[in-house]
Design a protein around this ligand. Structure first.
Ligand code: SAH
Length: 235
């Protein structure tokens, strides 16, 4: 029986999927793919957009609604339904794939399904992908970590003080899920205008932004698909 394959789609630009990931999608009969409601009620799926650009047939794509609420239980309920549907298709001999943006093993809650399948003895496989911060680094022409430098990646739950400590300990800092710490990043900019700030939004899509000017970053309201790379420019 074919394993259920977790395919990493890359950050948003269709060409940034791996060849292995693309082949897995082309060979799959059913591909589970998250979509989320936008403020205006429309259902959006960056994952589906990427696959359609890669000419994956729309009728192979099974969209499921992933609530954006902070309540993890809501997402887990949605994942439990995908788990059950994926498992029954797998038992019916179908080739099943489940996708996530960026890398499926990097801040990707869908990994919950992988762990549940694995715990139940279902064969699973995970295909690596380019995480958003690596794509962002390339977009900005950055050497994200060089020689003895350290790199710390943190989710949006942070403070200006923590960022300061990390930079003082000579680490470059990547902050994902930036919309959760807008005020603290703005405060850090006011406290430390001397750091280098590289702000990225919607990397690899037509809405992409790359901004280094701190005044402009301070005026921004960070959306969900944004991240920042902060460096001490004199290290
Ligand atoms: N698995 C993903 C990360 C998911 S967590 C990966 O490997 O990249 C979601 C966070 O990723 C977002 O809040 C944002 O900080 C970042 N992100 C994902 N795609 C992005 C993009 N195209 N541009 C900027 N940030 C992105």
């Amino acid at each position: 029986m074919f394993p259920i394959i977790f395919v990493s789609l890359g950050p948003g630009e269709a060409e940034l999927i791996t060849l292995k990931g693309l082949k897995a999608l082309q060979n799959a009969d059913c591909i589970f793919c998250p979509e989320t409601p936008a403020r205006d009620g429309r259902l959006l799926s960056r994952a589906a957009d990427i696959m359609l650009q890669l000419d994956i047939p729309a009728d192979h794509i099974y969209r499921f609604s992933l609530p954006m609420s902070k309540q993890r239980m809501d997402a887990l309920n949605a994942y439990d339904q995908v788990y059950a549907a994926a498992l029954s298709l797998h038992h019916a001999g179908k080739r099943v794939a489940i996708v996530a943006e960026g890398d499926t093993g990097f801040y990707s809650s869908i990994h919950y399904i992988y762990e549940k399948l694995q715990a139940g003895g279902t064969p699973v496989e995970q295909i690596a992908g380019i995480p958003a911060f690596i794509a962002a680094g390339a977009r900005g022409g950055l050497h994200i970590a060089s020689q003895e430098e350290r790199l710390t990646v943190i989710p949006g739950i942070t403070t200006a003080d923590e960022i300061e400590q990390l930079i003082q300990s000579r680490s470059t800092v990547v902050i994902m899920k930036l919309s959760q710490c807008t005020d603290e990043v703005h405060r850090c900019i006011r406290l430390h205008p001397e750091y280098d700030y590289h702000y990225f939004e919607n990397v690899g899509t037509p809405q992409e932004k790359y901004i280094c000017d701190t005044r402009q970053i301070e005026a921004l309201h960070f959306p969900y698909f944004s991240l920042i790379i902060i460096r001490h420019n004199s290290f």
